[in-house]
Design a protein around this ligand. Structure first.
Ligand code: IPE
Ligand code: IPE
Ligand code: MG
Length: 252
């Protein structure tokens, strides 16, 4: 599929729906707390909402959905919660991959996967392999992911491949080594749960992304809430440094 690689240079073709949506799924713990449930109950409910989000993307023809599931900083949580999150990840892979595959979803997991237990690493590799031929939706899960980690691992790979470059390295030299190299930059970023920060998510790729923050907690972020985020996106004028008048408007 053709796309503008760097939205910081080119105005993407006007699209009814965003081509790439990136989400920080936040607020599971608070959702559970409000109901006097353990935090993990919020994470379990959160997985259900992922299913719903995937369904919405398929229905609306959104090509790329990238979800932040576990940050490189989340290891700092209590051991018990980290363990339960890992178990949930394993379970989700065991139970959902068949269905994703049947629906034409290609699954990728980005992040520093070496820190996960072997069983989880195996499941990830298997899921990626099984769904590699699918083209309806590119679903990417960021796990043990950090934006700075991503940039540094890409820089290291770039320098190893090409240690000397007379005129200096360009953005395009780095691009193939970034974890999201296969996708256009996100058009729409959503963070649920009320916090208005990026939390070390896709730092490089969010340079010109439209940001949407909502107080709605992730387990409550249903298709209607997603619709509101898309409606907000559709009302925005993406200028990428230009003036309003410079933008080519089909019916103007
Ligand atoms: C997001 O929900 C899920 C993960 C980080 C795994 P939280 O667990 O951060 O929920 P809150 O922010 O405590 O409500
Ligand atoms: C960020 O959530 C990452 C994920 C949703 C996986 P957190 O809830 O951990 O973020 P901070 O640390 O409060 O910003
Ligand atoms: Mg949180």
């Amino acid at each position: 599929m053709a796309f503008f690689k760097s939205s910081t240079r080119d105005v993407p073709a006007a699209a009814a729906v965003p081509q790439h949506v990136a989400v920080i799924m936040d607020g599971n713990g608070r959702w559970a707390k409000k109901r006097f449930l353990p935090r993990v109950a919020g994470h379990v409910k959160g997985v259900e909402l992922v299913r719903e989000m995937v369904r919405s993307c398929l229905e609306q023809g959104i090509q790329y959905l990238t979800l932040f599931a576990f940050s490189s900083e989340n290891w700092r949580r209590p051991q018990e919660e980290v363990t339960l999150l890992m178990q949930l990840f394993v379970k989700a892979l065991e139970q959902e991959v068949e269905k994703l595959d049947r629906n034409g979803v290609r699954l990728r997991v980005i992040g520093d996967l070496g820190r996960f237990e072997p069983r989880l690493q195996e499941l990830i590799a298997k899921a990626q392999e099984q769904t590699a031929g699918n083209t309806r939706l590119d679903l990417t899960i960021a796990a043990n992911y950090g934006g700075r980690w991503d940039i540094m691992q890409a820089v290291n790979q770039m320098l190893a491949a090409q240690p000397d470059k007379r005129n200096g390295w360009q953005e395009a030299d780095l691009d193939p080594y970034l974890s999201m190299h296969f996708a256009p930059e996100p058009d729409l970023f959503i963070r649920t749960g009320g916090e208005e920060r990026i939390s070390n998510f896709l730092l490089w790729q969010l340079a010109y992304t439209e940001l949407y923050f909502t107080p709605t907690l992730w387990p409550d972020f249903d298709a209607v809430e997603f619709g509101k985020a898309i409606a907000s996106f559709q009302q925005r004028e993406r200028r990428f440094g230009r003036t309003s008048e410079q933008l080519v408007k089909p019916n103007a």
